[in-house]
Structures are given as C-alpha cells and as structure tokens.
Design a protein around this ligand. Structure first.
Ligand code: PEP
Ligand code: MG
Length: 884
C-alpha cells in the first residue's frame, strides 16, 4: 500500500530506518513487530499524507487512502479476531500522532476509540466487568471531546470543562479518587460529557466508529499546524514540511484488574546514566494516567514483586531493544492479564550527566566505538554537567521535597502561570514556574523559567520530560505543595505547619536531589566526574582544532585551564580598567587635553597592567596568551553620575562643569562605529605604547623568575593595512626596548570588519596571526547593532525571517563567506598564518564545526564552554572523516 503501512503478527511493512515516512513511533513499532516482540497489531498512515493534507486542506486526503485504511483495519481485525464497531466482539483502537522528531505540543493519544453505547455493552459482557467498560468509555469520550471536538477551557486560568464535570460527579457519589467511581457514576459521567459536547459544538457525540476514526485521524494532522506545535518546531529548528504520521493500533488494557498495569521504563537511569531498568508503572491503569501525573506511580522495581513474570519479560525485551538500537531506550508498555505488550521504544532523552555516562559505558560494554560515542554527544548539553550546584555544606532548611526530575540548581521568583513566567522573564527576572502539573500549553513558560516545580507527576511526567529536554532544573511530585494558580498562591503543608508562598517570593530548587528551599541558597561550581574525563580523552585524541579561552582575570584563566583550555585567545585589557582602583586614572587619561597629560595618567595604569599580565602568564604557564590592546569606545569609561564627575574634577583640579562639557564633547552618535579599536592608537599612540611596555615588562618578570611565557599581542578593529603597519612598528619598538630579544612574542590582528576580510592578503603582510572577532564582524556584516538588535531580533527568529540569532550561531552563508575569504587571503600571503576566532561563536557547536572546516588553528570561548568546544571540534573532525 502507498499511504498505509501495517505492523503486527510478527511482521511489518516498515522498519526503523523509515522514520521520515512513518514517524519515530511508527517506525519503531514496525521494527519491534519485525523483531517478533509483543506489539499489538496496527498500522501507520504516512507523513506523506500529512504533507498532502497541508497542501490541499484538512479533510482532503489522497483518493485511495480510505480504501487502504479499510484494508489495514481488516488485517488488524483478523489478527485480533475482533470487528470494528461489532456488537459482540468489538475492536477498539488507539490513535496517536508520531512525527519523525519528538514533538510535544501535538495531539498525543486517543485511547479506546470504537466505543459507543452498543460496543460498551459488548466490552462489559466480554470482560465480565461493566465498571471497566464504562471507565474506558468515559475516558474515550473525554479525550475525544477535548482533542478532536475542542471542548476545552477558554483560558489557562479556567478549569477544563470535563474536569469540572468529573469533580461534580465525584462529589455526588462521594468518591475521593477516579478509581472509586462506580459503574453508575461512570454512566452518569459519559452522559454529562456527551451533553457538554452537544452544548459546546452544537452536534451530538459521534456514535459511528468510522466517523470517530476519521475524526481522530483528522485531529492528528490538524494538530501538526497548531500554535504549540509550531512554537516547538521553531524552538528546535524542525521543518514544518516534515509532517506527522498517524498510528492506529489495537487496544490492550492495563486497567482490567490487578494483574494489569501500564508504565514507562528507561533501559538506563535517564538522570544519572546508571545501568538499571528505571521507570515507573501504575497497576490497573491506562497509559495516560502515568504521563498525566494524576496518580503517583510506583518504581519499576516493585513490579518484580507484584508481577514477576511480566517484569522478567520486560527486562528481557529492554535488553534486547537496547542491544538492537545500541542506545539507551525509553519504553512504553502495558501488561494485560499478566501479558506484556510493547507500545513504544525510542532513544531516551537524558540529562547531560547521563549522556556522558551512557556513552562511556556503552563503549566499555563493547556496543559502541569511541568515535561513535563522541558522535552521540550533544555538545550543548554538556552545559548541564558543568554548571554549579547548591553548596552541600551551606544548605538552608528545606521546605519541601519532590522527585529530582532534571538536575542543576535554580534560584528564582515564584510565578504560577506560563503567561506570568514569560512576562516576568521578559522584564529580566529569573523565575521559577510553580504548577500542580504542566501540559504542552506551558512550554513557553517553561522555556522562560530557570526552574520548574510541580506538586504532581513522576519522573516521566510532562514537566520532567520537557525540562530534561531543555536542560532545565526541575522538581516534580512535591506532594506537600498545594498550588492555587488562579489565586496566585501556593502552600507547603506538613509537620503541622503551613508555609504560604505568593507570586514573587524567592525559591531555590535542587533538581539533583528534589529539595526545595525558601530564599536563595549558596551555589558551588560543578564537579566533573570520571566519565567526563574519559570522554574528553577520546575527544582530544580525535580533534585537530585547539581550544583556548577568553579570559580577563586569573580566576577565569584557572577555571578555563581546569576545563582543558590550551591558552588564552582573548584577554580584553579594558576589563581590567573598570576596577575601582584604576578607573579614575583611565578617566584622567581620556579627559587629558595633551599627550603629556595622557602619559601622566598612563604612568599610573602601567604598573597595575603589568601585575595583571604577569599573573595571567603565571596561570597559563607556557601556554599562549593573546592580549588585545585597548578596544572599546572611550565613552564607556566616562563619568556620567554627578558623584563621579565631581571625583574626576577634584583629581584633575578643575570645576565639575569643565568635565561635564568634555564628556558631552566626546559623545558619539554611533560609538561602536566610532573612535574605538586601533583608531584610538592612531590618534593617541601612547596608549598602545604603554600597554605594550606593560606586557613586555610582565613577560620579562615571569621569564626572569623561571617561568615560560608566550605573549601574543593583538590589535583590534583594523580596517586598512596601513593601520596595522604603523601600530605594529609602534608596539614592536616598545616591546623590543624592554625585552631586547630575550622573550619571543608575536603581533597579530583581529579581523572583525568586512573590509578587513576583503583585504586580508595585504593585512597579513603585517600580522603574525589573525583572530576573527565575529561579534563585531556579525554586527558590521549585517549592519545590526549588537547592543540594540535584541529588541527586534526575536521577532525575526520567531517569525522565521532568520533561522537563528546570528550573534548566537555564526551566519555561515554571509559572515562565514567573509571569514573564508579572509582565511584564503591571509594564507595566500602567509601560508602558515595562525588563524583563530574569539567572538562568542567560538563556543557554539555549529560555529566551532564551521571553524574546523574553514581550516582554523583554534577557537577561543568563555571558560564554561571550553569542554563544549572540545567536543564540537572532535565531532567536526569525525564527521568529515565519516563523509570522506
Ligand atoms: C568580537 O568583536 O568578536 C570580539 C571578540 O571583540 P569584542 O566582543 O570585545 O568587541
Ligand atoms: Mg570586537
């Protein structure tokens, strides 16, 4: 068949490799069925049909689809010995979406489809359990009503209409929990749900099972284009043209009694990577109960006690699937009358810590090669492993504890809705989203928050799964917490005490222990485990690109070395100028009217800079240290507050009004295109001269004390070769006067203007190295102010005008083309010219991979991103090796 692929009964028309056509879920169901695993039979409608629907409108299917669905349905009927809509022996199916990429936010699942007033009676008779049959029916009408017919709350603050009805029914029948509802209560619920559907939609709930099926199929395709799915796709760079598949599968029931269960399991612990079957299940329940977090599930180890045979089978299947896919699997299963059925397998989402541990363990177990393991690492996810945690020695008293759903620590102000999270974060606040549980509607808010806390749900609830995917700290199932979102309050109860939280109160979450603290807690730097060390050894053996750090202080330099930095690629000397003990001298220098005045001020700065540089040389201990001479527009240093103006005036012995007038005179309309970079030294050569002298004296001091130094002096913002020619001569004279040839050093330039890329061959005549300043190069190539573009760039990215923010990931088509031109030009003049990057892109994985391909010698990035850049560099080298 063209549009529909069947699976089940020990064979399948598709395989795991058909993900693009069958979606992730459908392809792996097919694979499991082909492997002979217990999979309820079913079929997958392909993503091509979704693309057809997108092109022709909802409900416009390919002409032969209906016939193919009938054929596939007949096959399922044969395998299950049931008939769809039959009054004696009805087939019930689930309908699920399944795109090639995991996509929360789309329609997920409709269970028990095929039930109506006739078939529910048959199900009751067959199972001998009318309560069960009516429970299935009320779930179906509820799910279908919500998802297909759109009977939902009008706003986030309102309760869902079906929840309100169910709560009323519970009150009427004095039932505390869903499980306590009697058959009569469930019959009532179905009638009330249907009445609600009629009231909201104006039409009756469909009894015809074929109408139900096509309604559900249509809803899946429709959900591909809903706002939530669209938002998620944009966030993760998933193309809309990919489309989703629809999986229709015979139902198996985890809620037929105590010999039934449903659950999710990971073949390894997704938070830590520990090799153990990890997960949770609910006895006598349907799948949605686990994910929705309505009841708190039990850990999988308990299943070994209650259902040993099914547990043993699950262990066997889990191992088989992990070995087959050679990766940690995330499984969904149902046990019906002690028999295990597999409903899904996929590569499991994991924390950064688990990602590293699983990759290293799979190599040790002989399942992956070292190269494959490195290619499995998502460099950006390493961030989580490298981030600070709460200081164990200084923990404040905890006010609650939940499950450690996604690690790391977060401190922020409490908000209770996704909307508020976005609004507060938009004002620059760090917020913690506190909810009873989360749903796909909350994704915006989860993204805006630094941490997520829920009172319900397990380790695999929506909140936990999404937070782990985002690498965000998350605590779920904090059972002492009661949230009242409409009133914007929450209560921690327990120990006979109550603690009230309101919007804006500060909480600290520990996503690694599940602990919740009131107020901010002290944090400590990340501890890097043995596995990361092992992985990094492999990484370093595969990469050819060196990784340096951008560091202005000895502390940064030490951190970066502990992360494996192989030198400093950028020390922004001006950062040292802002220290309180020197800013006055800097201002004095800027405001001086004469060279003599500037030299007097510079003489005060010289010994301080010498000390700074000497310390950096000592920390880096023989590794190259690139020191950039003064770069920023001078207005950044000028006094603006009256107090500062008074202070500088007193120091210079003039009236404050004189200083104020001078400040006004130096103001520029476009300071980033103004008197900055090497232009400062063309007008005031003594600035670079004194800085060069300070570098040389520091180098000599450390060398004389037995240390090894490799200074690289860097001149910023060169636009014409003549600038570099003159300034190189100036710097060289100053340095040689001090060093007299005793210490080798180099002089190079930043390439950060389009013109410099174009005339790079001529600039290279005067440069020992190039370092691409991609922050300014992006700014000047796009003509986008790096200081102001943030106000409207999000609209470009959200609206799809730009794929990503070019200040985050290097624009390879535009800025990248200029860089390639610059490298070619530079090396045409000097074939061995050393080339690096020191803009923010130097730590962003896709940009690092670009630098590798462009033939760079090194990238330089902030200390915490050094390991990320090392992995990205290795992956770049391995990908090229693989494709050649
Ligand atoms: C750059 O422009 O990329 C750069 C590294 O310099 P700065 O950010 O200091 O302008
Ligand atoms: Mg710059």
């Amino acid at each position: 068949m063209n549009h529909v692929k069947q699976f089940g009964g020990g064979s399948s028309e598709g395989r795991a490799k058909d993900k693009a056509l069958l979606g992730g879920k459908g392809a792996n169901l097919a694979e499991m069925a082909a492997l002979g695993l217990p999979v309820p039979p079913g079929f997958t409608i392909t993503t091509e049909v979704c693309r057809h629907v997108m092109a022709h409108g909802v409900g416009n299917y390919p002409a032969d689809l209906a016939a193919e669905v009938d054929t596939a349905l007949a096959a399922v009927e044969t395998l299950t010995k049931t008939t769809f809509g039959d009054a004696e022996n009805p087939l019930l199916v689930s309908v699920r979406s399944g795109a090639p990429a995991s996509m929360p936010g789309m329609m997920d699942t409709i269970l028990n489809l095929g039930l109506n007033d006739t078939t529910v009676a048959a199900l009751a008779k067959q199972t001998g359990n009318p309560r069960f049959a009516w429970d299935c029916y009320r779930r179906f009408v509820g799910m279908y009503g919500e998802v297909v017919l759109g009977v939902v709350a009008a706003s986030e603050a309102e309760h869902e209409p079906f929840d309100v009805i169910l709560d009323d029914v519970k009150k009427k029948y004095r039932a505390n929990r869903d499980q306590d509802l009697t058959e009569e209560a469930l019959r009532d619920t179905v009638a009330l749900f249907k009445a609600k559907v009629k009231e909201v939609t104006g039409t009756a709930f469909p009894d015809d099972v074929k109408t139900q099926l096509w309604g559900a199929i249509g809803a899946v395709f429709h959900s591909w284009n809903n706002a939530r799915a669209d938002y998620y796709r944009k966030m993760h760079g998933i193309p809309a043209s990919m489309g989703t598949a629809v999986n229709v599968q015979a139902m198996v029931f985890g809620n037929l009694g105590d010999d039934c269960a449903t659950g999710v399991a990971f073949t390894r612990n997704p938070a830590t990577g520990t090799p153990e079957l990890y997960g949770e299940f609910l006895t006598n329940a349907q799948g949605e109960d686990v994910v929705a977090g309505i009841r708190t599930p039990e850990p999988i180890a308990e299943l070994a006690k209650t259902q040993p045979a099914a547990h043993a089978e699950l262990v066997r299947v889990a191992k088989l699937l992990e070995d087959h896919f050679r990766d940690m699997q995330d499984l969904e299963f149902t046990i019906q009358r002690s028999q295990l059925f597999m409903l899904q397998t996929r590569n499991g989402k994991r924390t950064g810590k688990a990602m590293v541990r699983v990759a290293v363990d799979l190599v040790a177990e002989g399942k992956l090669t070292q190269k494959e393991a490195v290619l499995r690492i998502d460099p950006a996810k390493l961030d989580e492993v490298l981030h600070p945690t709460i200081d164990p020695k200084a923990r404040p008293p905890s006010i609650g504890k939940g499950l450690p759903a996604s690690p790391g620590a977060a401190i922020g102000k409490v908000v209770f809705t996704a909307g508020a999270a976005e609004e507060w974060a938009g004002r620059g606040e760090r917020v913690i989203l506190v909810r009873t549980d989360t749903s796909p509607e909350d994704i915006h808010g989860m993204k805006a928050a630094v941490g997520i806390l829920t009172s319900r749900g397990g380790m695999t609830s929506h909140a936990a799964v999404v937070a782990r995917g985002m690498g965000k700290c998350c605590v779920t199932s904090c059972t002492s917490l009661r949230v009242d979102a409409p009133k914007k309050v929450a209560m921690f109860v327990g120990g006979g005490k109550e603690l009230r939280l309101k919007e804006g109160d500060v909480l600290t979450l520990d996503g690694s222990t599940g602990e919740v603290y009131l107020g901010p807690a002290p944090l400590v730097p990340a501890q890097l485990g043995n596995e990361l060390g092992t992985l990094m050894q492999w990484v370093d053996s595969f990469r050819t690109l060196k990784v340096r750090t951008n560091a202005d202080t000895p502390t940064d330099a030490r951190t970066a070395r502990s992360f494996g930095a192989e030198g400093i690629g950028l020390c922004r000397t001006e950062h040292m100028f802002f220290e309180p003990d020197r800013i006055l001298a800097v201002r004095e220098m800027i405001l001086a009217e004469t060279e003599a005045g500037r030299r007097t001020a510079l003489a005060k700065i010289l010994p301080m800079q010498r000390g700074d540089f000497a310390e950096l040389f000592r920390v880096m201990d023989g590794l190259p240290v690139t020191i950039r001479l003064l770069d920023p527009p001078l207005h950044e240093f000028l006094p603006h507050a009256q107090k500062d103006i008074d202070e500088v005036a007193a120091d210079l012995g003039v009236q404050p009004s004189v200083i104020a007038a001078k400040v006004a005179e130096l103001t520029e309309a476009n300071p980033m295109l103004g008197h900055r970079g090497c232009r400062l030294a063309i007008t005031y050569p003594e600035i670079y001269e004194i800085q060069a002298q300070a570098i040389a004296e520091a180098a000599l001091e450390v060398t004389n004390a037995g240390g090894k130094v490799l200074p690289e002096i860097m001149i910023p913002l060169v636009m014409v070769p003549e600038e570099l020619k003159r300034l190189r001569a100036l710097v060289q004279t100053a340095v040689d006067k001090v060093l007299g040839g005793k210490v080798p050093y180099t002089i190079g330039t930043m390439i950060e203007l389009p013109r410099a890329c174009v005339v790079a061959d001529k600039i290279a005549e005067h440069a020992d190295f190039f370092s691409f300043g991609t922050n300014d190069l992006t700014q000047t190539t796009f003509g986008l102010s790096r200081d102001d573009a943030g106000r409207f760039l999000p609209a470009y990215v959200d609206g799809g005008v730009l794929p990503v923010d070019p200040f985050v990931a290097l624009d390879q088509d535009g800025v990248g083309a200029l860089i390639e031109l610059g490298v070619r030009g530079g090396r045409a003049t000097k074939p061995d010219l050393k080339v690096g990057i020191c803009g923010e892109h130097g730590g962003e994985p896709s940009s690092v991979e670009f630098c590798h391909r462009a033939g760079f010698n090194y990238v330089s990035c902030s200390p915490f991103r050094v390991p990320i850049a090392r992995v990205a560099a290795a992956r770049a080298a391995l990908s090229i090796e693989k494709s050649s």
